[in-house]
Ligand binder design. Structure first.
Ligand code: PLP
Length: 474
C-alpha cells in the first residue's frame, strides 16, 4: 500500500491527487460533487462548542436523577479507565482465541459472577440491551417448544409490565394475553389461572414489579406455570432491589435478562450503549445464542456447538466495553452488592413516606427500590398534571421521575432514587417536590408553563420521536 504522500499513483482503485483522494470503486452516485464545507475553526472554539452542547444535557453528575425503572445510579469513573485500557480498547473482535485470552477470561468470569447473582446455570453476554435480552429469551422459549414438537402460541404478561415485554413476545410471533393486577398491585392469581391452558408458552414477569412491589405469590405462580408445562421469563430490570437477597432461580424462573447498564453501573440513556445478558436454567442451555465463552481448565475459548442454538443475536460478544465496566463494578462491590440493594430500598421507602403526605400513593405498602405516586388528585384540584410537575422539576436541577408509567396508575410518577444518593439529596428532592406541590395549589399557571430555564421548553414528543431534527442551529 502506497502512502498518500506519493502523489498521482493508483493503488487498488484509489488515486491520491493534489485535490484529495479519489476512490474509483465507489459508485458515482455516492460521490460528493462539491466541498462538504467543514467549519474552519480552531481547537478552542471546537471545545467551547462541545462544552456548550454538553451543558445543555442533564446527567447524574449534575443533579438528582430519580427516573423510575432506569436505575440511574452513579457510574464510577474507574470503570471507564479500565474499559479504555489499551488491551481491551484496541483488541479486534475477530482476533483468535489465543490472542484474546485476557478478554475471554474477563467475559468468562463475568458470566460466572452473573450466574452467582441470578442463580442461573448458563449465561450469554451477547444481547445489547434489556429489550434485546427479552427478544433473545423469547426466541429461546419459542425454539424450546418447537424442538419438543409442541405448539404453544400465547405469552402471559401482567398489565403492570414494561412495554418491551409484550413487544418482544409479539416480535417472536406470540399472542399476548394480559393478566390483571389485584388491589395489592400484584398479579391476580385467579385471573392468571383463568388464562392457563396448553397453548401458554410462558409468562414474562418483573419482580419486584414496575410498581416497586414484590410479588409475594411468585412461588405459587411458578408452580402453576410449570405444572402447565409453561416457562417463566424474568425481566431483570429491577434487579437493583434484590441483589444478594434472593434471585430469579429461587423464585422459579427459567430465563432471565439483566440490564448491566442499570444494575451494574454503566452509563446509559443517551450516555452509552447497554448490555442485556441472558441467563437460563440447565434444560435451556443448548438454546443460547453462540458463541458462548467457555474454559477447559487451561484456555478460554469461544464455543459454537450448542445443539439447539437460536444462532447469533449480535456481532461477536455484544457490547464488550459495557461488559468490562460491569465486571469492574461487580469486583469492586463484591459482597457489598447486597448493601447497595439495601440502601436502594431504604432510600425509596424514605422518599415514599415523605411524599405520600402530598401526592397520592395508590399502593400504600412497603416498596422495594422504587414506588409510584399518582398526580390524579392534584390534577383534579389544581389543573396541574403530572407532566407539568415533571417539567417544573427541570427548573430545579432535578431530572423528572418516569411519568405515565406503569399504565395502571393514572398520572403516574415512578420514583427511583437508587443507593447512590445521600439523605441530604433525598431531603432536597422532598423539599423541591413540596415546593412544586404548594405552587401548584397557589399559582397553578406558573407550573403549567414550566420549564423556564431549559434550552428548549416543551417539545412535540411524537414529532421528536418520529422525525428527530438533530441539526444544531442558532
Ligand atoms: C429498562 C427496562 C426494560 C428495557 O431495557 P432496555 O435496556 O432499556 O432495553 C425492560 N423492562 C423494564 C422493567 C425496564 O425498566
Amino acid at each position: 500500500m502506497k502512502t498518500i504522500f506519493e502523489k498521482n499513483t493508483d493503488t487498488d482503485g484509489i488515486t491520491f491527487t493534489d485535490e484529495g483522494i479519489k476512490a474509483d470503486f465507489i459508485d458515482r452516485r455516492f460521490l460528493r460533487e462539491s466541498s462538504c464545507n467543514l467549519p474552519n475553526i480552531g481547537e478552542l472554539e471546537v471545545l467551547r462548542h462541545y462544552n456548550e452542547l454538553s451543558d445543555r444535557n442533564f446527567c447524574i453528575e449534575k443533579g438528582f436523577y430519580p427516573l423510575g425503572s432506569c436505575t440511574m445510579k452513579y457510574n464510577p469513573k474507574v470503570n471507564e479507565l479500565l474499559a479504555s485500557l489499551d488491551g481491551f480498547q484496541n483488541l479486534h473482535p475477530a482476533q483468535s482465541d489465543d490472542d484474546s485470552q485476557g478478554a475471554l477470561e474477563l467475559m468468562f468470569k463475568l458470566q460466572e459472577a452473573l450466574k452467582t447473582i441470578t442463580g442461573m446455570d448458563y449465561i450469554s453476554l451477547q444481547p445489547a440491551a434489556g429489550a434485546h435480552g427479552e427478544l433473545t429469551g423469547m426466541m429461546i422459549v419459542k425454539k424450546y417448544f418447537e424442538s419438543k414438537g409442541e405448539i404453544r402460541k400465547k405469552v402471559l404478561v401482567p398489565d403492570s409490565a414494561h412495554g418491551t415485554n409484550p413487544a418482544s413476545a409479539a416480535l417472536c410471533g406470540f399472542e399476548i394475553v394480559s393478566v390483571k393486577s389485584n388491589e395489592k398491585g400484584q398479579v391476580d392469581i385467579e385471573d392468571l389461572k383463568s388464562h392457563l391452558d396448553s397453548d401458554v408458552a410462558a409468562i414474562m414477569m418483573t419482580n419486584p414489579n414496575t410498581l416497586g412491589i414484590f410479588e409475594e405469590k411468585v412461588l405459587e405462580i411458578s408452580n402453576l406455570m410449570h405444572q402447565n408445562g409453561s416457562l417463566l421469563y424474568y425481566d431483570g430490570a429491577n434487579f437493583n432491589a434484590i441483589m444478594g437477597y434472593t434471585n430469579p432461580k429461587l423464585m422459579g424462573f427459567d430465563v432471565v435478562h439483566l440490564n448491566l447498564h442499570k444494575t451494574f453501573a454503566t452509563p446509559h440513556g443517551g450516555g452509552g450503549p447497554g448490555a442485556g445478558p441472558v441467563g437460563v436454567v440447565e434444560s435451556l442451555k443448548e438454546y443460547l445464542p453462540v458463541p458462548v465463552v467457555d474454559y477447559d481448565g487451561a484456555k478460554y475459548f469461544k464455543k459454537y456447538d450448542l445443539k439447539h442454538s437460536i444462532g447469533n443475536v449480535r456481532d461477536f460478544y455484544g457490547s464488550f466495553g459495557v461488559l468490562v465496566k460491569a465486571y469492574a463494578y461487580i469486583l469492586m462491590m463484591g459482597e457489598n452488592l447486597k448493601e447497595a440493594s439495601e440502601n436502594a430500598v431504604l432510600n425509596a421507602n424514605y422518599l415514599k413516606e415523605k411524599l405520600k403526605k402530598y401526592f397520592t400513593l395508590p399502593y400504600d405498602v412497603p416498596c422495594m427500590h422504587e414506588f409510584v405516586l399518582s398526580g390524579e388528585n392534584l390534577k383534579h384540584n389544581t389543573g396541574v398534571s403530572t407532566l407539568n410537575v415533571a417539567k417544573a422539576l427541570m427548573d430545579e436541577n432535578t431530572h423528572p421521575p418516569t411519568v405515565y408509567f406503569p399504565l395502571i396508575v393514572h398520572e403516574a410518577m415512578m420514583i427511583e432514587p437508587t443507593e447512590s444518593e445521600t439523605k441530604f439529596r433525598l431531603d432536597e428532592f422532598v423539599n423541591v417536590m413540596i415546593k412544586i406541590y404548594n405552587e401548584a395549589n397557589s399559582n397553578p399557571e406558573k407550573i403549567i408553563s414550566a420549564p423556564y430555564t431549559t434550552p428548549v421548553k416543551r417539545v412535540d414528543e411524537t414529532m421528536a420521536a418520529r422525525h428527530p431534527d438533530l441539526k444544531f442551529t442558532e
